[in-house]
Design a protein around this ligand. Structure first.
Ligand SMILES: *[C@@H]1O[C@H](CO)[C@@H](O)[C@H](O)[C@H]1NC(C)=O
Ligand SMILES: *[C@@H]1O[C@H](CO)[C@@H](O)[C@H](O)[C@H]1NC(C)=O
Ligand SMILES: *[C@@H]1O[C@H](CO)[C@@H](O)[C@H](O)[C@H]1NC(C)=O
Ligand SMILES: *[C@@H]1O[C@H](CO)[C@@H](O)[C@H](O)[C@H]1NC(C)=O
Ligand SMILES: *[C@@H]1O[C@H](CO)[C@@H](O)[C@H](O)[C@H]1NC(C)=O
Ligand SMILES: [Fe+2]
Length: 460
């Protein structure tokens, strides 16, 4: 009923507004406030100490390992996972179990089990809990890393737990294509509540379980993961996030879970932290410098970066917040021919042209983004639907670097076909799943650096 009301309240238009830059979609979604679903909408599953908040992510560099995480609310045991292939015997892996306190909140028992030496491209089942409170799930491992291995990623950002977030998740889950999810930061928005009410981390994890228990989500930290609250003596940045979401950072020689990389099928994915130091000589700077050298395009043609705060954003919200990181690293991205950078933070959708702004040297005045065939396309998908609502105030006129922008909630799909071609689509929540509000073919920067047709290909 609620979604029907939203649909009726939408204002549709068939015009597009073309400035000297790209396209600003004039599809207008009524900027109603986004309301969080009630705590009661996500109770613990039935049964004493039933495992809940199940989520998986890649557990190594190449996709033969999975980290399975879950929470038991009352007792730490059982703290193992059983997993098996159909018709084969069961294996068992024990978890690392932790708890944390945040102001007056005490977490349940948080378990992280890494299961290793899995077969590629294979369906696995796994079970948590025991007796009548056993819960079963499954996932499929990726094919071996290789240059022409097709693979499809969903891309989501700034999700939160509103009724709009629910639409984003329903769309993502019902889209049969996405095999893993690239998540660009800002998960639960628990910090929106007094004392950063960590119960909202629990409800969020229950809310997304229908996706995260079956598909690996690749995690990026956003500002809403900081949970810094000196007024209640919570001074450890990223505390709930890092307790709850483990990532395989050591497998990529990183010293922090906030920046790391994985390879999956034909993609090398680098995750950066917008809210950790990245100046010269910092650990993140040094790691990225080395990591870009380790990328082997003959093995993984597609080089993808995830970071929270966008470098090319023509929205008045969070305008230029990503600028200092852009200044530090953009020339490296151009030299390394990064294919695409996904960001969140700004609660709307935007896709850039292939541009760079790396010529400026204080005295030469060359400070305008210029077309650059070696540059990534920058895509902002901070449009998962969180409680802060839409960022619907774009700068005018639309700058030339901005190819397409629209203030709507949605998610994206990156469908890698082979070493040269990937099909990219963005789906707004109000459309039925097969409709793409923005789409284009991406050409690989290393193997096929041709100019793409970046014009708005499908418009309402
Ligand atoms: C935490 O403190 C707040 C504010 O005093 C209170 O409303 C809440 O009930 C407390 N929660 C717990 C678990 O004690
Ligand atoms: C979330 O969306 C699903 C599918 O439309 C619906 O069944 C469910 O009731 C929604 N959840 C809430 C809390 O509204
Ligand atoms: C800055 O760029 C200008 C023009 O490209 C060049 O002549 C000048 O030498 C550069 N300055 C420095 C310090 O590199
Ligand atoms: C949009 O942002 C600009 C610049 O921050 C501000 O001056 C203007 O008032 C904003 N407009 C609306 C409708 O919020
Ligand atoms: C790569 O995929 C694209 C899109 O499906 C296709 O047109 C192209 O022929 C493929 N290249 C090779 C070498 O198969
Ligand atoms: Fe953010």
């Amino acid at each position: 009923m609620w979604s029907i009301m939203v649909l009726l309240s939408l204002v549709l238009s068939i015009n597009v507004d073309v400035s000297n830059g790209g396209v600003t979609s004039v599809y207008v979604r009524n900027p109603e406030p986004s309301i969080d679903m009630p705590l009661e909408a996500f109770p613990s599953p039935p049964g004493f100490n039933a495992p809940e908040q199940v989520h998986i992510t890649q557990g190594d560099q190449v996709g033969r390992s999975v980290i399975i995480s879950w929470v038991t609310p009352i007792k730490p045991n059982p703290n193992f996972v059983r997993y098996w292939e159909k018709g084969h015997h069961k294996h068992m892996a024990r978890a690392i179990t932790t708890t944390y306190r945040y102001y007056n909140y005490s977490s349940g028992f948080i378990h992280h089990a890494t299961i290793r030496r899995l077969k590629y491209d294979t369906l696995y089942y796994y079970a948590l809990g025991h007796g009548s409170v056993t819960r079963r799930f499954s996932f499929k491992t990726p094919p071996p890393v290789g240059p022409d291995v097709p693979y499809t990623f969903g891309v989501i950002g700034d999700l939160g737990q509103t009724y709009d977030s629910n639409q984003t998740i329903e769309h993502t889950v019902s889209n049969p294509k996405g095999q893993a999810v690239l998540f660009v930061g800002d998960l639960s928005y628990a910090d929106h509540y007094p004392f950063h009410d960590s119960r909202r981390w629990d409800t969020w994890a229950r809310f997304v379980e229908k996706s995260t228990a079956y598909q690996p989500w690749i995690w990026t930290a956003g500002n809403h993961e900081l949970d810094l609250a000196p007024e209640i003596e919570e001074n450890v940045p990223f505390k709930p996030f890092m307790q709850r979401y483990h990532v395989p950072y050591m497998a990529s020689q990183s010293t922090s879970p906030l920046w790391y990389s994985i390879k999956r099928a034909s993609a090398h994915i680098i995750v950066l932290s917008s809210y950790s130091a990245y100046g010269k000589y910092t650990p993140q700077y040094r790691w990225l410098e080395g990591e870009l050298q380790r990328v082997d395009r003959s093995e993984t043609p597609w080089l993808i970066v995830l970071l929270h705060s966008p470098w090319y954003n023509s929205n008045n919200y969070h305008y230029m917040e990503g600028e200092s990181m852009r200044v530090m690293f953009e020339s490296w991205f151009v030299q390394s021919k990064v294919d695409v950078v996904f960001s969140g933070h700004v609660h709307s959708y935007e896709r850039s042209e292939r541009v760079s702004n790396v010529q400026y040297n204080i005295t030469n005045g060359l400070s305008v983004p210029a077309k650059d065939p070696s540059a990534p396309i920058y895509i902002t998908v901070g449009d998962g639907g969180n409680i802060e609502g839409l960022a619907n105030n774009f700068t005018e006129p639309q700058p030339r670097y901005s190819a397409f922008r629209e203030a709507s909630f949605g998610h994206a799909i990156l469908d890698i076909r082979n070493r040269t071609h990937a099909h990219y689509t963005w789906h707004r929540n109000q459309d039925s799943e097969p409709v793409a509000a923005d789409s284009l073919w991406l050409y690989n920067r290393y193997y096929y650096p041709e100019e793409e047709n970046t014009g708005a290909s499908t418009m309402v």
